[in-house]
Ligand binder design. Sequence first.
Ligand SMILES: NC(=O)c1ccc[n+]([C@@H]2O[C@H](COP(=O)([O-])OP(=O)(O)OC[C@H]3O[C@@H](n4cnc5c(N)ncnc54)[C@H](O)[C@@H]3O)[C@@H](O)[C@H]2O)c1
Length: 257
Amino acid sequence: MSVLESFSLEGETAVVTGAAQGLGKEMAIGLTEMGADVAIADVNASKASKTAEDIDGETNVIAVEVDVTDETSVEAMIEEVTDRLGPVDVLVNNAGIVENSPAEETSIESWRRVVAVNLDGVFLCAKHVGQQMLERGEGRIVNVSSMSGFDVNVPQKQASYNTTKAGVSMLTKSLAVEWADRGIRVNAIAPGYMRTTLVDEVLEENPEMEETWLENTPIGRLGRPEELRELVVYLASDASSYMTGSTVVMDGGYTSR
Ligand SMILES: NC(=O)c1ccc[n+]([C@@H]2O[C@H](COP(=O)([O-])OP(=O)(O)OC[C@H]3O[C@@H](n4cnc5c(N)ncnc54)[C@H](O)[C@@H]3O)[C@@H](O)[C@H]2O)c1
């Protein structure tokens, strides 16, 4: 197989959670460019439909509503994707939220919301897509962690987010080891600051934070969401065939300082 062929996703089915906007949308575009049919699986059904229409490629792109925190909803989403596009070859667990507040003031409801989306959601999607992949003896899962799972980035206070993202990387390793001899590879991406709605909302409340972020980012700028396209294709394809359990950091050097 040539290097170029190893990156191909021709004829494959991919699900990207939280792909109605932001990093998920960009990763969905990358997967379609390499030939995959893609399901934009998001809790925001109307935005997911618009995004599916906007992605102008040669392959099928569909929108499917899902709340990743709800096991019944996850099962229904996978069933719908399988019916419409075929069994899932690639799962990108991207849906995630952040809530900023000092730990001593964080309500248990807020803590649980972040854990539910960022950690339960990744587990539930991996569990149910994993069952299907195990039956077929093949599949690739890419989880979206964060540099916040390795470093406590400042000045924002987000203990729940940081903790869940560290959990995503450990869950990635655990699933990778459990399923390595059954044809499934599980890896993760840990982005640094990428300019999306999630980041814009933090900056709207605290615009002065951007200066601190840039000072701490050796490359000297925030990431562009589309810079994740190639990395997700690499991890989703045969190009990374000997790689499992890894979290690949893409953060402009933030965690290398
Ligand atoms: N933007 C960054 O700088 C950055 C950095 C590191 C990691 N990340 C991670 O990347 C992922 C995507 O972030 P983003 O910046 O694109 O965020 P975003 O807020 O722009 O998009 C998140 C998407 O997830 C969807 N979503 C939220 N809750 C959901 C649920 N319960 N079920 C299904 N979908 C749900 C939202 O509707 C939205 O479309 C997240 O996991 C985030 O933690 C982002």
